[in-house]
Design a protein. Structure first.
Length: 247
């Protein structure tokens, strides 16, 4: 494969995944690690990507103003989400009081839950259904039902949420950067996630590698406020700010 063809393939893969590793690019191009590293350095000098340890991300903190619909999000990065979801499900013990939000990775997490005496609270209608299918103790918060995500949001949701304390909260996210922290497009969903984090002893954000370097409109909380569970960390600098678990 010629250098121009490799560059095109690298940028195409990066546009699709938002973060890639050298190993990933070796597999899709058939080139050696040394060749890929030279390609990344050249593309970085051209401003087409940001080279990080072990791979590359889209340049800067790319801003996304609109949210993808739920069905589209379900089809993206399914293997990566499943690995994070499976790991997160194993963190729950019988004595836990757990908050689960309406993210697609959190929904996958619910599918991996086995018999448990833990108590689960959620603002997601879909998540509640999956928990009930597994005969798990489930409470659903009230509020305004958001079309598309089937999440309960608004003042009533926040009021109900404020009456609980959690041992663990598991939250989905649309963007993760060091400077802007964890973000999501909808301010009302961000408010629910933020309050759930405030009420929890331990907070986990499930974020596949495509979420790093992305920024959306509403801030949930700073990066140091949660442990990140991800399939691949594109930039080791994140470890300087919070606990990151690659699974």
């Amino acid at each position: 494969m010629l250098a121009e063809q490799r560059a095109e393939r690298i940028l195409s893969e990066l546009a699709r995944r938002r973060a890639v590793t050298v190993t990933d690019l070796c597999q899709v191009t058939g080139a050696s690690e040394a060749t890929i590293r030279r390609d990344l350095a050249a593309l970085s000098r051209q401003g087409k990507l940001s080279k990080v340890h072990g791979g590359a991300v889209l340049p800067g903190g790319e801003f996304h103003g609109e949210e993808l619909d739920m069905e589209t999000k379900r089809r993206l990065h399914t293997e990566e989400k499943d690995r994070a979801a499976r790991y997160a499900a194993e963190l729950i013990g019988d004595d836990d009081v757990v908050f689960l939000d309406a993210g697609t990775t959190i929904l996958r997490m619910a599918e991996h839950l086995q018999t448990s005496r833990a108590l689960f609270l959620t603002n997601s209608i879909e998540c509640a259904c999956r928990l009930m299918e597994r005969n798990l103790r489930t409470y659903v918060l009230g509020g305004t039902l958001k079309a598309g995500t089937m999440a309960l949001i608004g003042a009533e949701t926040l009021a109900a949420l404020g009456r609980y304390n959690f041992t663990k909260a598991f939250l989905g996210v649309n963007g993760v950067t060091i400077s802007q922290g964890f973000t999501t497009p909808d301010p009302e969903e961000a408010a629910v996630k933020s309050l759930a984090a405030d009420r929890a002893q331990s907070v986990y954000v499930l974020a596949d590698s495509s979420k790093f370097g992305q920024v959306t409109a509403a801030v949930m909380f700073p990066i140091e406020a949660a442990c990140i569970i991800t399939d691949c960390l594109p930039d080791p600098q994140y470890r300087d700010y919070t606990d990151v678990r690659e699974v």
